[in-house]
Write a protein that binds this ligand. Sequence first.
Ligand SMILES: [Zn+2]
Length: 157
Amino acid sequence: MNAREAVAAVVDPEIRVITIDELGVLRDVDVDSTTGRVTVTITPTYTGCPAMDVIRADIRRALYAAGHPDAEVVTVYAPAWSTDWISESGRAKLAAAGIAPPGPSARRGAVPLALGVRCPRCGSAETEQLSRFGSTACKSLWRCRSCREPFDHVKAL
Ligand SMILES: [Zn+2]
């Protein structure tokens, strides 16, 4: 397996259904043709997400297993990560896992109207926020008024 494939397959430690590639965290994988040294560039998601340390360790572990023991993980903060970087397949996987994907980020000029969050189970727009924080700081906890199921929502950023 090449270095790029090995790194792209690393899953987010908090939302295990989605890879760091689909999450938009993975920016670049560069292999030095002379030394074989792999340089991976990532951009963290939410500030203070403890998952980033786990992601760095998982990247090194994946590269080691794929035959690339010499690896470095570089973190870049600009441009800042946005939930808009989550790929279409990533959004589909979140919804399939019962996690409401984020809406468009207000930063991109989208109108930050209360569009509402749709229930990932039944699709109802009749939802309410129970808590600003869900199972992790990156998510908020919501409940569907139609099917009455609580669910996590990845906050738009
Ligand atoms: Zn529902």
